[in-house]
Design a protein around this ligand. Sequence first.
Ligand code: ADP
Ligand code: MG
Length: 220
Amino acid sequence: MIRLEHINRTFTVGDELVHGLDDVSLQLEDGDYVSIMGPSGSGKSTLLNVLGLLDQPDGGRYFLNGDDVTQLSEQDQARVRREKVGCVFQVFHLVPRLTAAENVALPLTLAGVPHEERDRRVNEVLASLNLTDRAHHRPDQLSGGQRQRVAIARAVVTKPVLLLCDEPTGNLDHASGIDVINILEQLNAEGITLLLVTHDQELGNRADRIIHMIDGKVQS
Ligand code: ADP
Ligand code: MG
């Protein structure tokens, strides 16, 4: 379960205060599928960054599986992020010199997983995303849709409970976008909690629940 209580995130730009998140409270249950929609600048990415422990709110509390993660040290937050959260972005952030398999292996290497288990899990997740025949390709040898599938594989190889996706289809053609959404929905069907930021009404409507954001506030 995820619960945000009165989360604020303010940015200072010059001498102006910008409310990235303005008193946001919400609750998600395990296995939920929620889309986040709203105009550009409404706080969608800021919300995902806070949920992914990539950014610190300046006020409020964030409970992840009952623990108040806002109270944790930076080091403990990094561990929670590594173990529980996967992130997928519009731009794929793959390491250009590494193969698909090596990119997917990175989080396991960082977590100190022994190499036999690492290779087994990488092969397993690549197979489940139909990427086995692309395992030894570098990102520049893959299509956009394939790159995003590698990025998803890298995000879920650690078996996170929460998958945060910030406009994951934004750089893809329609067919590749649908392919990526189908994969995300399959992962959700297997139990992962899925949060999807999208501009696309049709994709947003596929979720069980839509969160609308305006000016850093959650509308519904
Ligand atoms: P969205 O993803 O919905 O387009 P964001 O969450 O990126 O919106 O941004 C919400 C608001 O916070 C915007 O007004 C944006 O300019 C501001 N903002 C986001 N990140 C920063 C930052 N690092 N520094 C200053 N302002 C920021
Ligand atoms: Mg954004």
